[in-house]
Every structure is written in C-alpha cells, then in structure tokens.
Design a protein around this ligand. Structure first.
Ligand code: SAM
Length: 246
C-alpha cells in the first residue's frame, strides 16, 4: 500500500468507513481503468492520481455521511459519467444494489468494463435518459437513494432524480460551494415532485480544502403522474416558481 492508498484509507476512516486491502485494490484497479480509457474517450479532466483519489473517490464516499448505506439499500446514480459517486460507494459498501443511468453509451460501456473487472455484483448500467428510465415501473418510485453529481442545476436535476426515489427515500444532490441561490431556485420543483429538503450538509475536501454541499431531499409520496416531462424538457425548461409557460 502506498501513501495515496493510505491517505484514502485514513480519510475514509475519518468518515466512518473501514476499507480493507481488497477494497483499496479495487480503487486502484478502477483508477487504472479510468486513466486507460480516458485516453480513448472523455471521462474525466482529473487524471493526477492523488487528485482522482481525493476529488473523485473520497468526494463520492461523503454521500455515506448523510445516507445509511450499510444494508442492501437500492441506489440509483443519475448521470454517473465515469461512475461518480456510485462506483466508489459500491466498492466501500458492497451490499448496496446500484442502478446507473447515463445517456452516453460510451460511458456505460466503460462502466460495464469497470463492473466486470472489479467483480462488482448487483450493479446495473443503463443507457438512457433519466426522464425515460424514470417512467419504467421497475425504477419509478422504487429506490431508497438517488444520487447525482455535476449533472445540472437543482431546479432541473430534481425532475431527473426525484422520480426514482420511493416514498420515504432520499435524493442526495452533490453540489459545490455556493448553493443558496440554487437551492432557492430548486424549492418549487422539490414541492412539485412531492419531496422536501431534509438537510444540507457542508463539507470540505481534506487536502484541497474546497467546499462541497450535500443537499438531502426526502420523498413524501409517489411522483405525480405529470413528471418527469418528456426527455430534454426538465433541463431546458426547469420547474421554476415564476416560469412563463411557453
Ligand atoms: N456524475 C459524474 C461525475 O460527477 O463525474 C459525471 C458528471 S458528467 C458532467 C454529467 C453526466 O450526466 C454525463 O455523463 C451525461 O451523459 C449525463 N446526463 C446528462 N443528462 C442526462 C439525462 N437526462 N439522463 C441521463 N444522463 C444524463
């Protein structure tokens, strides 16, 4: 184990996650695949090893500070890209059942390779728009937890993600430093989608010290029939309190 792996082990431990040598090897295998495939396709702008460990791996693991992932909970990661946050969470919490949804086929192919190389069980990688997948009975109002990082502003993002969450479940939106305005703008869609803000948690990356926020929303009941609207509409015309209907 080298310093970067010890770094992840220590900081994961600081947020209550005990990583075994085998799990650390899985992180390293994931890192290698990410770098290898990144040469053929655009997966991440962050390639320096310690930065990947901090800004992708550690950052993803912080979701577990607001969601109990110790059991066999079902987690839907919307717009997962190269697998964040769901793949690090699956490595750290092997019992969770993961559904990954991304509209870019190449990224889904990469994730299928990660899942098979790392030997991860109970991970389904779906190529499609969240708006369409959320209409399928096996995903609508079904998941304990939904996550999304770096996909869209909250007002539009809520319509992509909250329909996946079952009543009583949560949506964790991973955000950067300034969330006040975005959260304010997102409140109308949270209400419309039958959810409520449960908490917002401020975090800092350990070395880099940049600020992160986790916005946790709880689903109060089933998704109203009208949502999500047709693919493309939620991000183009987000649900906003004062929006003019065109
Ligand atoms: N979550 C990853 C991360 O934090 O590194 C990836 C972020 S990447 C900037 C956004 C991803 O969302 C892309 O892979 C894109 O294909 C996907 N995406 C955007 N709109 C989507 C939609 N409507 N349904 C499914 N995936 C979508």
């Amino acid at each position: 184990m080298d310093n970067t792996q010890i770094w992840l082990k220590d900081w994961a431990s600081a947020i209550g996650i005990a990583l075994s040598d085998n799990q650390l090897e899985q992180f390293e295998a994931y890192y290698r695949l990410l770098i290898e495939w990144n040469e053929k396709m655009n997966l991440t702008g962050i390639t320096e090893r310690s930065a990947v460990y901090e800004k992708h791996f550690y950052d993803s693991l912080t979701v577990s500070t607001v969601a109990d992932l110790s059991g066999s909970v079902s987690l839907a990661d919307i717009g997962s890209g190269a697998g964040f946050p769901s793949i690090p969470l699956k490595i750290a919490f092997p019992r969770i059942r993961v559904t990954i949804v991304d509209s870019l086929a190449k990224r889904i192919r990469f994730l299928e390779e990660v899942v098979s190389s790392l030997g991860l069980a109970d991970v389904t990688c779906l190529h499609g728009r969240a708006e369409d997948v959320a209409r399928l009975p096996e995903h609508r109002d079904r998941h304990d937890v939904a996550t999304a990082r770096a996909v869209a502003r909250l007002a539009g993002l809520n319509e992509l993600c909250l329909p996946f969450v079952k009543p009583g479940g949560i949506f964790v939106a991973m955000k950067g430093s300034d969330i006040a305005e975005e959260l304010d703008e997102g409140r109308f869609s949270i209400e419309k989608l039958n959810a409520a803000v449960h908490q917002t948690k401020r975090l800092e990356l350990p070395n880099e010290r940049s600020e992160r926020h986790l916005i946790v929303m709880v689903k109060k009941g089933p998704t109203p029939k009208a949502y999500p609207r047709k693919a493309g509409i939620p991000l183009k015309t987000p649900l906003l309190r004062n929006a003019i209907r065109l």
